[in-house]
Design a protein around this ligand. Structure first.
Ligand code: BV8
Ligand code: ZN
Length: 250
């Protein structure tokens, strides 16, 4: 199966990658729905929604501060690094991710589409102020404060610049992702349960346009039914092997 997957990627004219929380699991970033998933301790509707933020912004900020702390200690794992190298070698043209953890960027991926935003960016709940906390050097200040972060421009409360349930995805990111999916003749799907929409449409769009779907996951997902190849296993183990085989074929 690995050989067949390598042949698909080596032979593709325009291959892309689509990733979910599972690709960051081996970096120590908890997934949402897996065994030790986030939603076990917390419940999505209590936290990743605008209503939750309205009702209890302190609780929601506590959740994001906890995740930012975990993600700050995380390093890209061999799966992120393999995708960055595949882009370098021209094997894939872009990475579309549902993750908000910056690990693809840290691994060196350049053409990255973040469908659900980024946990290290904040934005104002009233004006259009946005801030990349890594660039402004305020990550630790935000993580360690107990107060609600305030907009330096208008004084309103700042929120994480991520997409919550019930919120639309950023228009430009979604348009770019759909355009890439329509052009792709192969998609490498890594570490997603494939249950969150509209992101989960991406592999289906590739399939509808006659593209091939290669999936890497430790268990079956909502994408497996349309996968031409399902490689069961951990992304950190499978992707480096896949990359080696593709390089031999190229
Ligand atoms: C919207 C960002 C409308 C913030 C997140 C019923 C049917 C269909 C849709 C809906 C429905 N009810 C509601 C909806 C819509 C809803 C939705 O899809 N709900 C789902 C749960 C049914 N979608 C929305 O609300 C979206 N918005 O629809 O807006 C609209 C339109 C216009 C105008 C106004 C409104 C917004 C969705 C985005 C929500 N934001 N997070 C944050 O991160 O805090 S969701 C969250 O789930 C993350 O972004 C995550 O990336 C995403 C998907 O999860 P996965 O990445 O797949 O992670 P998961 O844990 O689920 O799975 C991990 C996988 O990895 C597993 O398969 C596991 O086996 C595997 N794995 C584990 N370890 C490894 C591994 N694989 C390989 N190697 C390993 N080592
Ligand atoms: Zn403001």
């Amino acid at each position: 199966m690995l050989e067949y997957a390598a042949k698909i990627l080596a032979g593709a004219r325009f291959a892309i990658a689509f990733t979910g929380a599972g690709i960051s699991a081996e970096s120590g970033v908890p997934t949402f729905r897996g065994a030790n998933g986030l939603w076990k301790k917390y419940r999505a509707e209590e936290l990743a929604t605008p209503e939750a933020f309205q009702r209890d912004p302190y609780l929601v900020w506590e959740f994001y501060r906890w995740r930012m702390k975990k993600i700050l200690r995380a390093k890209p794992n061999p799966a992120h690094l393999s995708l960055a190298e595949m882009e370098e070698l021209g094997i894939i043209k872009a990475v579309i991710t549902q993750n908000v953890d910056d690990l693809h960027r840290d691994a060196g991926t350049r053409n990255l589409i973040e469908l659900h935003g980024n946990i290290f960016r904040v934005r104002c709940t009233s004006c259009d102020y946005r801030e990349n906390l890594k660039e402004s050097g305020r990550v630790l200040e935000i993580i360690n404060s107990k107060e609600l972060p305030r907009c330096p421009r208008c004084g309103s409360v700042l929120r994480p610049d991520v997409v919550w349930f019930g919120e639309p995805l950023p228009r430009d990111a979604l348009d770019k992702a759909f355009d890439l999916a329509e052009r792709a003749d192969a998609i490498l799907v890594v570490g997603t349960s494939g249950v969150v929409y509209p992101a989960a449409y991406i592999p289906y769009i590739v399939k509808e346009h006659g593209g091939m779907v290669v999936e890497v996951n430790v268990e079956r997902s909502g994408i497996t039914p349309i996968a031409d190849v399902f490689l069961r296993g951990r992304a950190g183990e499978i992707l480096p092997k896949l990359l080696r085989l593709v390089r031999e074929l190229k």
